[in-house]
Design a protein around this ligand. Sequence first.
Ligand code: PEP
Length: 246
Amino acid sequence: TPGVRPLIAGNWKMHGSLAETASLAGAVREGAAKAGAAELLVCPPFPYIHLVAGQGGLAVGGQDCHAAAKGAHTGDVAAAMLKDIGASYVILGHSERRADHAESDRAVRAKAEAALAAGLTPIVCVGESEAQRLAGEAEPVVTGQLDGSLPDGFAQAGGVVAYEPVWAIGTGRTPTEPDIAAIHAAIRANLAKRFGAAGQGLRILYGGSVKPGNAKAILALPHVDGALVGGASLVAADFVAIAAAA
Ligand code: PEP
């Protein structure tokens, strides 16, 4: 999208030891100079966020947060805590959380509201299953998830949408370029309809088996304003190469 700085986000999921995470973050930071104009973000597991945050050159995010500001929620993490240790983003509604923790659109929306209240930028994930894609329902599924998951303050706060077809995550498979472009156009139309001019400038990331080899073609598609990268973000050289393609 013209005038929009691409965002290349690494989702490190539940990978890495303390030592591996420190070394990966260091390698990404060293490579960042080669990454060109794109903004680089990494989302480590909660215990390692503080290790990676606050050293410059790299934005840091959480992979989830709770909808409440604080309270009796054993094992959960508040958005303000993430902000406090140096995170500026939080991934919400990733398909693995929607599947593993039965997170509904409504739950994701409540979390996004908490993120906004804490001053974090939410990255809200949406995407169809393979069965939905095969049934020709990808577009209505995705726009329905947007309607249910995005809070009203989303655009004003510069929220990010990540389109991640569930069947493309970690599988090495991706939709065709026209299919990616079609969904991104539908997401843009949905954001513009709901949020007006503010929706035109929001970043829409593609996620699902992005690699150095396919990044350039995907990132060149209209309304693809960056990538959310899982597996390839665990290899610093690959992650930086994807950023350089943006
Ligand atoms: C993800 O889980 O956000 C993701 C895009 O994973 P991968 O790049 O490994 O498909």
